[in-house]
Unconditional design. Structure first.
Length: 330
């Protein structure tokens, strides 16, 4: 396939749809290319298990951005979604950052277009802006400090109590942090399409069926779901919790990819994905995260495409709030 054909395909599909011979051993080839090109593979907990197992680092949004900031590799292959790869490029602009499928987006990031947010922010000239890392690079340029679900409380509390704040784009995480910190942050009206779909009724039924199970949830879930939870935390915090808890059974309200690590860490425990309002399979998958595959990862490493390219001024401006987050988080 020539360069022009690849470019057209990237524009149309977001990934290189090149046939791969069945004899190619994808895992072996990915590892070979990774070594040859001095690349590092960073995978989020929400991608398929085989893509977590092949990673040099698997983690939550905070851990992945710290890993991206520290890597000495020449190429960062981000097996996750677009805003994560963009964040890696912003904090490490001299590296080539590639993503197996450019169309791996995020409903939260999409919910806050930078132009609309700028108009919203202009109504609150005395407010500082904290943005959840699940947002576009353009939104990051309008932000004072970035946070993730793992460090949101710490970031919010780094501001004086009398400093008025705007929190974007996730209203559910923002509401939860308001309830913990006693702040009254102004919230942008965004949500994650996976975490807002859990069914309270079905969860209550499941809890009745499994009275020995603990219900745990990610703070991107809506308030009625969080009120049922014994423990609320980021993906890494949830993973840590199931290892420490004496319970043997858990109902887990976050994207089902995390169950791969939970089962690996606690093979003697049982993990039940929390049901969503419209799923028949009983689990919630992020269709964007699930756009990643071993085949796309292999082709992406082979061609070093699709690559994340950002304007220099966006990198410069968006870097500041991410650096502030990394400093406050250490
Ligand atoms: P964390 O990785 O910070 O737990 O966030 C979950 C998520 O929704 C990532 O898209
Ligand atoms: Fe975005 Fe939700 Fe998917 Fe995370 S799980 S990438 S927040 S849509």
């Amino acid at each position: 396939m020539n360069g022009e054909q690849i470019q057209n395909m990237l524009t149309e599909k977001g990934f290189i749809d090149e046939p791969v011979d069945a004899s190619v051993k994808l895992v072996e080839e990915i590892n070979r290319l990774k070594k040859e090109k001095n690349a590092v593979i960073l995978s989020h907990y929400y991608v398929d298990g085989e893509l977590q197992d092949i990673a040099d680092y698997v983690g939550d949004s905070l851990g992945l951005s710290q890993a991206a900031a520290e890597t000495t590799a020449d190429i960062i292959v981000f097996v996750g979604v677009h805003f994560m790869a963009e964040t890696a490029k912003i904090i490490n602009p001299s590296k080539k950052v590639i993503l197996p499928d450019l169309k791996a987006g995020c409903s939260l990031a999409d919910s806050a277009p930078a132009d609309k947010f700028a108009a919203f922010k202009a109504q609150y000239p005395n407010h500082k802006v904290i943005s959840y890392i699940n947002c576009t690079a353009d939104l990051k340029t309008l932000t004072d400090v970035i946070c993730t679900s793992a460090n949101a409380v710490k970031i919010v509390e780094s501001f004086p109590k009398d400093q008025p704040l705007i929190f974007a784009p996730d209203k559910n995480l923002g509401n939860y942090i308001n309830s913990i910190t006693g702040r009254e942050m102004i919230l942008w009206d965004g949500a994650c399409m996976v975490h807002e779909k859990y069914s309270v009724e079905k969860i209550v039924d499941l809890m009745d069926q499994h009275p020995d199970a603990e219900f745990i949830a990610h703070p991107e879930c809506e308030k009625p779901v969080l009120l049922l939870a014994k423990y609320i935390g980021s993906t890494t915090a949830l993973l840590g919790y199931v290892q420490k808890s004496a319970s043997k059974k858990f109902i887990v309200a976050t994207e089902s990819g995390i169950l791969h690590q939970m089962v690996k860490a606690c093979p003697d425990k049982i993990f039940i994905p929390a049901p969503s309002i419209d799923s028949t399979c009983g689990c919630n998958d992020c269709s964007y995260m699930k756009l990643n595959s071993l085949q796309k990862l292999y082709i992406c490493l082979k061609h070093e495409l699709p690559e994340i390219i950002l304007p220099e001024d966006v990198i410069q401006k968006a870097q500041l709030p991410i650096r502030r987050m990394l400093e406050i988080s250490t």
